[in-house]
Design a protein around this ligand. Structure first.
Ligand code: ATP
Length: 355
C-alpha cells in the first residue's frame, strides 16, 4: 500500500465522470442498487468469492457488474480499479464490520459520508461522549459492580449483535458474571425498543433545518432478536440460566413500527442535537443514521447506540414508509442516498458528502 490519498485526491477520480454506486453484496445492497438504478446510476457489486446468485431473482436490484476478490481482507487491493471505474462506495453495517473499521477508514476510494464518523461510532466510550454531550439520555453506566442498584446488561467491547452480553437482575446476580474481555456495565432499560432511521443532508436549505442542512425521518423498525425475544415464554430467568440457556441478541429480522406522534418532536430534537454535535466534533455525520433506544413508561427515550450509516431495518421500506411517504412517495433510504449523490453532482458539492 502506498501513501493514503487525501480526500480531494480520491475525489479526483470522479471528475467529469458518471459515478458508479458501489457496495458490498450483503446487508442492504438490494435496496442500494435498486435506489441507484432508479436515479440513473451504474452500479457495482463487491463480493468475496463468487457473486451471490440471489440477485438473479431480483432483476431490479441486481448490480450492473461485480468486482470480486478472494476474501474480504483483499478489498483494499482493488482500490485503483474502483477509482478507474469512478466508483463511489456506499458503506453499510456489514461492510465496515467485515472489512474492519481501520481498513475501511484507510481505503483509497471515494466513500459516501464522512469517514471520520467511524472512529466515533466504533468506540463505546467515544460514542457516549458524543451522544451525551449532545444532550441525549443514555442508559446509566456503572463504573463498579458494587454501585449496581437494579437490573443491568453487561456488554463486551466490540461485541457485534450483542454476542455474549450478560443480564443480571440485581447486584448479587452479577457474581455469576466471569468476564472474558473488556466490558461495560449498563442499566438494563425496561421499555420498548425503537430504531429510528434518520437522514441528514447538508445540501438542503428547506425542511427541518439542522446544522448547514436539514434532517429527515425515513422510517422506524424494531429488531427481532434471538433468543431473547421469545425467552419470556419459557419462564423465570434463573431457571433458564440453570438450564444453560443464556439470552442472546443476535438479530434475525426486523418489524416495522411507528412512534406515538406526540413523541416525534422529542425524537427530532435528540437527533438534531446529535447532528449538530457531530459537526462540532468531527466535521459532521452525513446521510443515513439510526438512533437505537428504548422508550420507557415515563416516555423518556434512552439511546443505547447510534449506527452512522444505512441500517438493515430500512430494508422494510423499499416503496416508502409511514414517514418517508410524507417526504416523497416511493422513497427508500437507498434511493435517498442516490438522490443525494445526484444532487451533489449537479451542484458541484460532492466534496461535502464524499470523503
Ligand atoms: P450491534 O452493533 O450489532 O447493533 P452491539 O453488540 O453493539 O450490537 P447493542 O446494539 O448495544 O449491541 O445492543 C444489542 C441489543 O441489546 C439491543 O438491540 C437491545 O435489544 C439490547 N440492549 C442494549 N442495551 C440495552 C440496555 N441498556 N437496556 C436494555 N436492553 C439493551
Amino acid at each position: 500500500m502506498g501513501i493514503p490519498l487525501s480526500s480531494n485526491a480520491r475525489l479526483s477520480s470522479l471528475e467529469g465522470r458518471a459515478p458508479a454506486i458501489t457496495t458490498l453484496c450483503s446487508h442492504s445492497s438490494l435496496q442500494i442498487f435498486h435506489g441507484a438504478r432508479k436515479e440513473g446510476f451504474r452500479t457495482i457489486g463487491l463480493a468475496a468469492g463468487t457473486p451471490p446468485r440471489f440477485y438473479d431473482a431480483f432483476p431490479l436490484a441486481r448490480p450492473d457488474r461485480f468486482v470480486t476478490v478472494p476474501k474480504m481482507a483483499d478489498l483494499p487491493s482493488v482500490a485503483d480499479h474502483l477509482r478507474s471505474e469512478a466508483a463511489v462506495i456506499v458503506p453499510h453495517g456489514s461492510f465496515v464490520e467485515y472489512m474492519g473499521a481501520d481498513a475501511f477508514s484507510a481505503w483509497d476510494v471515494p466513500v459516501y459520508g464522512n469517514r471520520k464518523v467511524i472512529s466515533w461510532e466504533a468506540d463505546r466510550k467515544k460514542s457516549r461522549e458524543w451522544l451525551e454531550s449532545a444532550g441525549a439520555t443514555m442508559p446509566r453506566r456503572y463504573d463498579h459492580a458494587s454501585e449496581v442498584d437494579g437490573p443491568v446488561i453487561v456488554k463486551y467491547y466490540g461485541a457485534k449483535g450483542g454476542k455474549g452480553f450478560f443480564l443480571a437482575k440485581n447486584r448479587e446476580a452479577l457474581d455469576d458474571f466471569h468476564p472474558t474481555g473488556p466490558y461495560v456495565i449498563q442499566e438494563y432499560v425496561l421499555g420498548t425498543r425503537y430504531y429510528m432511521h434518520f437522514f441528514y443532508t447538508p445540501l438542503s436549505d428547506r425542511g427541518y433545518r439542522v446544522g448547514h442542512g436539514s434532517l429527515e425521518l425515513l422510517g422506524m423498525d424494531r429488531r427481532d432478536e434471538a433468543n431473547i425475544d421469545e425467552l419470556y415464554k419459557l419462564g423465570a430467568h434463573e431457571e433458564l440460566v440453570r438450564a444453560g440457556i443464556r439470552p442472546t441478541f443476535v438479530v434475525t429480522g426486523n418489524v416495522p413500527v411507528v412512534l406515538r406522534e406526540s413523541l416525534l418532536p422529542r425524537a427530532f430534537e435528540v437527533a438534531a442535537h446529535i447532528v449538530e454535535r457531530s459537526i462540532e466534533l468531527f466535521g459532521g455525520m452525513v446521510g443515513p443514521f439510526c438512533l437505537e433506544g428504548i422508550m420507557t413508561e415515563e416516555l423518556e427515550f434512552k439511546v443505547f447506540e447510534i449506527s452512522t450509516r444505512i441500517v438493515a431495518g430500512t430494508n422494510l421500506f423499499i416503496s416508502g414508509s409511514p414517514y418517508s411517504d410524507f417526504v416523497e412517495p416511493n422513497l427508500s433510504t437507498g434511493r435517498r442516498i442516490a438522490q443525494e449523490i445526484r444532487r451533489a453532482l449537479d451542484t458541484g458539492r460532492l466534496a461535502e458528502i464524499i470523503s
